[in-house]
Design a protein around this ligand. Structure first.
Ligand SMILES: Nc1ncnc2c1ncn2[C@@H]1O[C@H](COP(=O)(O)OP(=O)(O)OP(=O)(O)O)[C@@H](O)[C@H]1O
Length: 255
């Protein structure tokens, strides 16, 4: 599989903030291949979110380059970057940013209506298909106040997928969920990855990372280690062994 996303010598320092002048990213090099499922781990403040936002064009790095689908996006204008994010990238966050005065269904389809790449009929049927696969079809007409945290995160995933992105970025996508619901959300993300969508997420949770294929470890703004677990295979039922392998590895890195 080819490279989808590549960072070269990516550095970022924030102009102001608690660590004035300190580099949040230090010459990070990373290649994300099409179809990969990656977790970024590391201590608090090590630069995981900064990496995710710099890779996705949500924020600009101070130096270095980001290439997406063979095109260098670091020099894109804000407008072009926002079009790229709308059309080719999906985002899932810890805190679910759904609009209060819209139904779950309308929240899911809104960005696709704006992107205008497909007819509303196609978008609606895609939204229903994703809602069915995510187990929330019966909530389509409900307001977001009528759904649980796990159901809202499923809706947020459907929303992230609605424009059929090439990559989905997740910043602690299970961070606000209990562990059973977090496991279900990860199984859903694994299915999405199985069907070809590349996924890169940031997590503190070993159980979450153990369901991904490659785990990167960040320390003080640098990617210092990685572990390949390979794709999760449901029939193998080796979830516990993967978690143990990862726990041992993280302990050896001091986390
Ligand atoms: N908007 C900002 N302005 C100034 N400094 C920032 C900003 N965002 C992050 N930082 C600093 O950059 C460094 C990396 O932060 P970042 O949020 O990327 O780490 P993280 O590994 O995602 O942390 P956590 O696990 O706690 O979310 C930290 O020192 C942080 O204080």
């Amino acid at each position: 599989m080819g490279v989808l996303l590549e960072a070269k010598e990516l550095s970022k320092s924030y102009a102001s903030g608690p660590n004035d002048g300190q580099q949040a990213l230090k010459k990070v090099n990373l290649q994300v291949r099409k179809g990969e499922f990656i977790a970024v781990m590391g201590p608090s403040g090590s630069g995981k979110s900064t990496l995710l936002y710099s890779l996705s064009g949500m924020d600009r790095a101070s130096s270095g380059s980001v290439t997406f689908g063979g095109e260098e996006i670091s020099s894109y204008s804000e407008k072009r970057l926002s079009e790229l994010r709308l059309e080719k990238m999906g985002f899932i966050f810890q805190h679910i940013h759904l609009l209060k005065n819209l139904t779950l269904f309308d929240n899911i389809v809104l960005s696709a209506y704006l992107a205008k790449r497909s007819s509303r009929k196609e978008i609606n049927s895609r939204a229903l298909e994703y809602m069915r696969k995510s187990g929330i079809a019966e909530l389509a007409g409900k307001n977001i106040t009528q759904a649980s945290g796990g159901q809202l995160q499923r809706a947020a995933i459907c929303r992230a997928l609605i424009n059929q992105p090439e990559i989905v970025f997740g910043d602690e996508p299970t961070g606000a969920l209990n562990s059973k619901t977090a496991g279900e959300i990860m199984d859903l993300l694994a299915d999405i990855n199985e069907s070809g969508t590349t996924i890169l997420l940031v997590t503190h949770d070993v159980k979450v990372a153990a369901k991904t294929e490659r785990i990167l470890f960040m320390l003080d703004g640098s990617l210092v280690a990685e572990r390949r677990l390979g794709k999760l295979k449901k029939e193998k039922q080796d979830g516990r062994a993967r978690e143990e392998e990862l726990t041992g590895w993280l302990a050896s890195l001091g986390l």
